[in-house]
Design a protein around this ligand. Structure first.
Ligand code: SF4
Ligand code: SF4
Length: 462
């Protein structure tokens, strides 16, 4: 009789361990592991962690090996993990279970931000076009495979078309209820036209569940970078409304993400912005802050990478402050991706106010590339047909067959490759957590898990 074959285990290619050691409340010294394949953080005693790091898997006691295999930190050596991850992305990108529609209800914006690449104009509303688009989304809800439909209201400034958003949403909510399809919406807004009443309505009647608002600095800086076309600023009014929303818990199911676009002009003011927002009452868990680097991209990727690293260092300080002040914060992604972006799945599509359909969000309203990104017109698509392929729908074949970094990146399952367009243009689109992962693990260890750094016995990052 043959003996049972023992599986040979190796460290998952999607596991990153902390360089720093931490002391738990019971005195055990551990390292953290971040397993991007499951988007999970776990702690492991330092001896085991060091064997894992050195690849001496056979020296890890059998019970521990079993536990690490259960977590997914150790995998069967015969398994092609990268192949499985890429297959998962292909399946996610091709699935009809989730359909996503980005709608630009207007091409106009009341702001004239210095760095905006869009060209805004007063587009004429067409009831016929809106009807065709609604019929298309309703058909998606009717599809037996579709479980979730999301709409992202995008612009221009979507709140310039507040009434239209309400009318379209009420139709979509009614169809979602009739078909038992999960439905919610999200919006990217400049915040200048917000009122408590509008937020309440958007939340209650339009199922708005996430709102992204960009604030680029304290009042003076924000109003200089993101000025209204009538010459006025909007910071005070916008933050005032958000303060009341936080205080009175208006639209309680709505998460509000405060996005800060950071470049050399405003990086020195981010700390003041966070203190100002906290003073206005926004430092509560439903308000998250998200920092986005605005790179001055050059052709030389190594130069950009250095810049990305220095940005990432500063970002860690801001994240730490945001956590201290009481804002919601995400140290590391808590979910794996099904696809990189709208451009990599035919289940997502973007509709501009003229009825043109795009796969990539960097084309609509952008002079010079606007026409090259059009893949269809809404009226040419049958209601049940997926959008035609765009330039990046074969993204995961490109990742598999190229030597570009995503292919071997330990963070691929939670990143998806970020932005195929930027890769193709020779830029480095990696999210900042690629560069400050260790500092982010420090934040998780100390702020979330209550560990102390093992070396000094003081809280990390203080
Ligand atoms: S974009 Fe960067 S972080 Fe994302 S998978 Fe590719 S190499 Fe990794
Ligand atoms: S390719 Fe880049 S710019 Fe285009 S939709 Fe994807 S993330 Fe956005």
């Amino acid at each position: 009789m043959r003996g049972k074959k023992t599986m040979s285990l190796v460290k998952s290619r999607y596991l990153v361990t902390s360089e720093r050691a931490y002391r738990r409340a019971d005195g055990t010294v551990v390292r953290l592991g971040y397993l991007s394949r499951r988007a999970q953080v776990f702690s492991v005693d330092i001896n085991t962690a060091d064997l894992l790091r050195s690849g001496a898997i056979d020296a890890i006691p059998a019970a521990k090996r079993k536990e690490l295999a259960r977590l997914g930190a150790l995998v069967d050596a015969q398994v092609d993990e990268r192949g499985e991850v890429l297959a998962g992305f292909r399946a996610g990108s091709g699935s009809l279970r989730r359909r996503s529609f980005t709608i630009m209800p207007t091409a106009y914006c009341n702001m004239g931000c210095s760095y905006c690449g869009q060209e805004h104009y007063k587009s004429r509303h067409s009831a016929e076009r809106a009807e065709r688009l609604l019929a298309r989304i309703e058909a998606a809800m009717d599809h037996k495979e579709t479980e979730l439909v999301t709409v992202t209201w995008f612009g221009g400034e979507p709140l310039m078309a507040y009434r239209l958003i309400g009318e379209m949403s009420e139709r979509l909510v009614a169809r979602a209820e009739a078909t038992g399809t999960r439905y919610h919406s999200q919006m990217a807004s400049n915040g200048s036209l917000l009122t408590e009443h509008k937020l309440r309505y958007l939340h209650d009647s339009c199922r708005l569940r996430r709102l992204d608002i960009t604030l680029d600095g304290p009042q003076e800086i924000h109003d200089r970078r993101r000025f209204l076309k009538n010459g006025r600023g909007s910071f005070e009014r916008c933050v005032g409304v958000l303060g009341k929303v936080a205080h009175d818990d208006v639209a309680p199911g709505l998460s509000i993400n405060l996005r800060v676009n950071v470049d050399q002009e405003n990086e020195a003011h981010v700390t003041t912005l966070l203190h100002d927002l906290a003073a206005a009452g926004l430092a509560v868990s439903r308000f998250t802050v998200q920092f986005m680097p605005v790179h001055s991209w050059g052709n030389d990727i190594s130069a950009v990478e250095l810049e990305a690293r220095s940005y990432a260092r500063r970002e860690t300080e801001w994240l730490r402050l945001a956590a201290d002040l009481g804002f919601g914060w995400h140290a590391l992604p808590t979910g794996t991706k099904t696809t990189a972006c709208t451009a990599t799945t035919r289940s997502s599509e973007i509709h501009d106010p003229e009825g043109q359909v795009y796969s990539c969000s960097e084309h609509p309203l952008v002079p010079g590339v606007r026409d090259t990104g059009v893949i269809a017109r809404t009226e040419d698509l049958t209601a049940t047909e997926l959008r035609p392929e765009g330039t990046f729908d074969d993204w995961y074949d490109q990742v598999e067959n190229s030597s570009q970094p995503c292919n071997g990146c330990p963070l691929l399952p939670v990143c998806g490759g970020s932005c195929p367009k930027l890769w193709r243009e020779g830029h480095l689109p990696c999210p900042s957590f690629k560069f400050n992962l260790q500092e982010r693990l420090d934040l998780v260890a100390v702020r979330r898990l209550g560990f102390r750094t093992a070396e000094s016995g003081v809280h990390a990052g203080r």
